[in-house]
Ligand binder design. Sequence first.
Ligand SMILES: *Cc1c(COP(=O)(O)O)cnc(C)c1O
Length: 363
Amino acid sequence: MIKFLDLQRLNASFQPELSDAIRRVVDAGWYLRGTETNHFEAEFAEFCQQKYCIGVANGLDALTLVLQAKKTLAGWEDDCEVIVPAMTFVATAQAVVRARLRPVFVDVDEHGLIDPTLLAEAMSPKTRAVIPVHLYGQLADMEAIWQFAEAHNLFVLEDAAQAHGIARAGRSQAIAFSFYPGKNLGALGDGGAVVTSDEELAEIVRTFANYGARRKYIHEYSGCNSRLDEVQAAILRVKLKRLIADNARRTEIAQYYEESISAMGCKDVIATLPHRASVYHIFPILSPHREVLQQRLYKAGIETLIHYPLPLHYQPCLKAFNGGERRFPMAEYIAEAELSLPMSPLLTDDEVKEVVQQIQLSI
Ligand SMILES: *Cc1c(COP(=O)(O)O)cnc(C)c1O
């Protein structure tokens, strides 16, 4: 079976450094808010070309904490609106709801990225922020989004949970990352980070994540407990060193997929290479016969996944935020047609060829 993502093989390839890193933490006897976390935060901030990095417990917390921090700093009211793409992992919108703000959905383009030309019609006098998502590892059209945001005084928070290595620098106020094990930079458990160059925002995110305390035992806010632990930080430091090389291997695999699938000339299977840069967290293909194709591939020993079968406006927990029953045709099309091929920097050339051959036999 060629797995969608063989995490055991992936993590074994980082040995013995991973075990050494874990042992280092065990022996140090300091498990939270210590030197590994400090070092990782400095290294990841530099990697992202930003001034500050705050390690947190997961990607959902990273997104939520930024929104809560900005809401407090800017005095946004509870029903202020945040624009999110209709096609993304549900966390993007759940973070908005957790911060007691309202998500407003916008359709995506044919690559699954928020369509900047649709931002204007999603605006209301209550709009305060936009969260572009670098879906599948593709860089969203940030130039257009920044221009729109600057013209309308919107706060820009990038959801880079799928885009380690491509979301960096730029004009966004903050970038949120997840280190869920399957991400391009994955821990051996949960983890996340906020990166920003805004000192005031960084400070308040850190405070919220630490029970609302700037100084020990003085709690200015009712915050939460959201920390990246020392073991995960030590593991991430090992894996960060190989991220650029791993992303390059993903790109090589993606190019092979794209060329071979396009060469099949089958109009029912579309391999869409993004028109923008990508770190290929996921390689999506689109097929109107997605279910049949997935089953045939599974029987042939190829595991695939779907990202994501339900767009946000159809999620039971978010229906209330689409009161007008608006439709988002491209998000709905992707939800019905998307299939994610095996993708990992550890896939061999033979495995990648096998995937392509089985697609050819299945169509
Ligand atoms: C994984 C992911 C998240 C959430 O990250 P967790 O660490 O699982 O909380 C948020 N947004 C997107 C786009 C993701 O892929």
